[in-house]
Ligand binder design. Sequence first.
Ligand code: UT7
Length: 335
Amino acid sequence: MAERFSRIVGLGSYVPDRVVTNHDLGEWMDTSDEWIVERTGIHERRWVDEGARIGSSDLGVEAARRALDDAGLDVGDVDMIIFATLSPDHQFPGTGVFLQQKLGLGPRPVLDIRQQCTGFVYGLATADAYIRTGMAERVLLVGAEVHSTGLDRSTRGRDVTVLFGDGAGAAVVAATDDPARRLLSAHLYADGRFAKDLWLDGMCAARRPPLSVEDLEQGRLYPRMNGRKVFKHAVTRMPEVAREALAAHGCGVEDIDLLVCHQANLRINELVQQALGIPPEKVHNNIQRYGNTTAASIPLCLDEARREGKLHPGDLVLLVAFGAGFTWGAVLLRF
Ligand code: UT7
């Protein structure tokens, strides 16, 4: 019997229309276009409309429909949903079931992944495992975030707030027996010693009380980050895990057709590219226009790269991510 693999058969993405520039942010906090561009490469990001009740599942459903169209599949062909987000619609249940309901899909497995910026890479690895073991045929994998409603817009939060944007990306992952177009391997890591270097402390079962006036005053409902530490670990771990993925298949950097890194900071990605020695024409970044969209950033980039003619059937593609947890990982695939 032929070996069973998985491959991406459809891609889609969606961002809200509202553009928020660095100058717009300067209206709310002490920051500048110059600071943001120099340190991060970000010029603008998309945020959902002010006051609109739009959650990650609403952006995700648009990206999901586009990915299904791209795959030439009907919604009912999906036999499992994996939803990756750090900005869930609600504390519980998971956001995947809200997406399921919006797609009008009947009972089937739905799994939420909470691996933040590494969420899409963990999601691909999980989809691949379900498919290879015969537990699923076609998995809808969605990464979506509405960050803008959970950010501190005062100067206190400027180190974090200027980085993040809202958006969604989706992939349909399906079973295949074609070894020339398939996911080759996934390499996943986490190190909980750094859990509090990028986290949200407030409103959780581990606090007594879960939410206090002091929490609100101290801004504990907003994400906090040790930016320098995150930066330092990202530029070490991403090239390391990228090399591990290539070595697992006897490939060199010169074999890569397209490198897509998680979009957290253009400076991080430039250092990763330099460390790997990969030329700019084999890399796609779009953080300049979307900021950091966490679990959505890799599929948003992949979808755009393909539309711009940078991604072709059979290409060797390396996906690399790093984020809160700390979590990091790489997926090598033949598109
Ligand atoms: O997906 C994973 C998530 N996050 C990341 O990967 C982020 C990784 N880290 C980074 O990208 C960088 O650390 C940042 C871009 C967040 C910050 O850059 P930095 O060069 O590490 O700056 P810093 O935190 O050391 O701050 C330098 C100065 C500080 O002022 P003082 O103390 O020198 O007076 C900050 O208060 O810059 C100030 N600052 C800002 N100034 C204007 C911090 N944020 C801002 C801002 N605008 N938005």
